[in-house]
Design a protein around this ligand. Structure first.
Ligand code: HEM
Length: 428
C-alpha cells in the first residue's frame, strides 16, 4: 500500500513499535514518582544524582524509547528498505533500553555503583544494536528524501550522544577522569539539539504536511536545515573542547547564535505552515506541535541569553532543561503518539482482516475527547514544571502530581487503542 509517498508494505509488525510506545509513559510516571519522593532536591543542582536520574527517566526512558520505536517503524517506510528481522531487533533493543534505563536511574538514586556499571554496559550494547540496524537501513535507502537524510543525521547525533554519555557514566561508575570537562555540556546538547531536534525535523517534513494538511516545507529549508545544524553542532563541540582562548569563545558564541537562529526559523516556519492548513477542524496533534514549537523558540532565546551575564538569571539552566525536554521533546512526542498509534492500529487492522474500513474510521480508534484531556493535562503539567524550575519550594509537588496525571492519561489512551485493536483482530 502507498500512502502519500510512503511504502507501508515495508512496515514492521505492529507489536514492534507498540512495545516501545506502551512502555514509554511508565518512565514518565516513574519520573513523577521521583519528583514526589525527593521534592525540592530535584532542583538543587543540574548534576545531582536525583536530577540526573529524573532527566534520564525522561530522555532515555520516555523520549529515546518512543523515538527508537518510531524510527524502527518509520525508517523502512520512508527509506523503502525493510528492517532485517524486526522482531529480533525489537526484542534486543527494547529490553536493553527498558532494563538499562531502570538500572541507570536506580544506580544513581541508590548510589549503587554496581547497578550503574551494569546499566552502562546494557545501554551501550542495546543501543549499539539499534545504531547498526539504523545505519544499515540508511545505507540501503532506495528513497533518500530530506526526511531520511535528517534521520541519518539524527542517528549520527545519537551515536555521539551515547559515546559522550557512556564516557560520563564510566567516569561516575569507575571513577575515570574525563578527557575534557566540556563533555558535561556536549552530551546533553547532542542529545537534545542533535538527536531529538534533528529527528523532530525529519518527522515534521513528512508528518506536518501529510497529517496536518499544510503546504510542504520550503525546499531551501528541507535541503539545508539539518546539515547546517549538524555542522554547527560539530564546530561548537570543537570550540567547547578547545577551551578558554578568545578565538574558541567567539566560535562557540557564533555557533550558539546560528543554532538558536536556525531553530527559531524552523519553529516559525512550522507555525506559519500550520496557520495555512487546508482543513480547519480541531486537531490535538497540531496543538501539541504548536506548544512544542513555541518552547523550541523560547529555549533557543534563553540559551542565547545565558551567554551574556547581564541577561542570565538564577535557575536558568533548570528552566532551559524543562523547556527543551518537557516543553519541546515531550510535546512533539505526545502529539505524534496521538496520531501515529491510532493510525497504525487502524492500518494494520485493515491490512490484516479488512475490518476497520466500514466499521471504524481512524478517529474512532482514539476519540478526540480523550486526546484533548491528554493535551490539557500535559499543558497544565508543563506550566507547573516551568513554575517549579523557578520556584521549586512552592511548585514542585503540584508539578509532580499534574505530570503524573498527564502520563496516566497518555498510558490510558495508548492502552485503549491496543484494546480496541485486539477486540477487532481476535476471532469472535
Ligand atoms: C547510554 C546512554 C546515556 C548515558 C550512560 C548517559 C549518562 C549521563 C551522565 C553520567 C550524565 C551526567 C553528566 C555529569 O556527570 O556531569 C548525563 C547528563 C545528561 N544527559 Fe545523559 N546519558 C545517556 C543518554 C542520554 C540521552 C539519549 C539523552 C537525551 C536525549 C541524555 C540527556 C542528558 C542530559 C539533558 C543531561 C544533563 C542533565 C542535567 O543537566 O541535569 N542522555 N548523562
Amino acid at each position: 500500500m502507498q500512502h502519500a509517498g510512503l511504502n507501508l508494505q515495508q512496515a514492521p509488525p505492529i507489536s514492534v513499535p507498540f512495545r516501545f510506545f506502551l512502555t514509554a509513559p511508565v518512565f514518565a510516571l516513574l519520573a513523577a514518582a521521583v519528583a514526589l519522593w525527593y521534592g525540592e532536591d530535584l532542583f538543587v543542582s543540574r548534576w545531582s544524582p536525583v536530577t540526573l536520574a529524573a532527566v534520564h527517566l525522561l530522555t532515555l526512558g520516555f523520549m529515546t524509547m518512543v523515538m527508537v520505536g518510531a524510527m524502527i517503524q518509520l525508517l523502512p517506510v520512508l527509506a523503502g528498505t525493510p528492517v532485517p528481522k524486526p522482531r529480533v531487533v525489537a526484542s534486543i533493543v527494547h529490553p536493553a533500553l527498558l532494563i538499562g534505563t531502570l538500572m541507570f536511574a536506580g544506580g544513581l538514586l541508590l548510589e549503587q555503583l554496581l547497578l550503574l556499571k551494569i546499566a552502562i554496559v546494557i545501554l551501550g550494547l542495546g543501543l549499539a544494536v539499534f545504531l547498526v540496524v539504523a545505519f544499515s537501513i540508511l545505507s540501503r535507502a532506495r528513497n533518500p528524501t530530506a526526511s531520511v537524510f535528517a534521520m541519518g543525521l539524527a542517528t549520527g547525533a545519537l551515536s555521539i550522544t551515547l559515546l559522550l554519555g557512556l564516557t560520563l557514566g564510566a567516569s561516575r561508575a569507575w571513577g575515570l577522569a574525563l578527557p575534557s570537562l566540556s563533555v558535561r555540556d556536549l552530551h546533553p546538547a547532542w542529545g537534545l539539539i542533535g538527536w531529538t531536534g534533528l529527528l523532530v525535523a525529519g518527522v515534521a517534513y513528512q508528518i506536518v504536511p501529510m497529517f496536518q494538511m499544510t503546504p510542504n516545507y520550503p525546499q531551501w529549508l528541507t535541503r539545508g536545515f539539518t546539515s547546517m545544524i549538524f555542522v554547527a553542532m560539530a564546530l561548537w563541540s570543537i570550540a567547547k573542547w578547545e577551551g578558554e582562548e578568545k578565538v574558541w569563545q567567539w566560535l562557540s558564541l557564533i555557533c550558539i547564535g546560528l543554532l538558536a537562529g536556525a531553530y527559531i526559523l524552523f519553529a516559525g516556519i512550522t507555525l506559519n505552515l500550520q496557520r495555512q492548513r487546508r482543513r480547519r477542524l480541531p486537531d490535538v496533534t497540531l496543538e501539541f506541535w504548536r506548544i512544542g514549537m513555541i518552547c523550541v523558540a523560547l529555549a533557543a532565546l534563553l540559551w542565547v541569553a545565558q551567554q551574556f551575564p547581564a541577561m542570565n538569571f538564577p535557575r536558568s539552566d533548570v528552566l532551559l532543561g524543562v523547556l527543551m525536554i518537557i516543553g519541546a521533546g515531550m510535546s512533539f512526542i505526545n502529539g505524534m503518539l496521538c496520531k501515529i498509534v491510532p493510525f497504525l492500529a487502524w492500518f494494520h487492522l485493515q491490512a490484516r482482516t479488512g475490518v476497520g474500513g466500514a466499521m471504524l474510521n481512524v478517529k474512532a480508534m482514539l476519540p478526540e475527547k480523550a486526546q484533548r484531556m491528554q493535551l490539557r493535562l500535559h499543558l497544565a503539567a508543563l506550566a507547573l514544571c516551568v513554575a517549579a524550575a523557578l520556584l521549586p519550594s512552592i511548585f514542585v509537588y503540584p508539578a509532580a502530581l499534574f505530570f503524573g496525571a498527564a502520563y496516566v492519561s497518555v498510558l490510558w489512551n495508548m492502552i485503549s487503542v491496543v484494546r480496541l485493536y485486539r477486540s477487532f483482530s481476535l476471532p469472535a
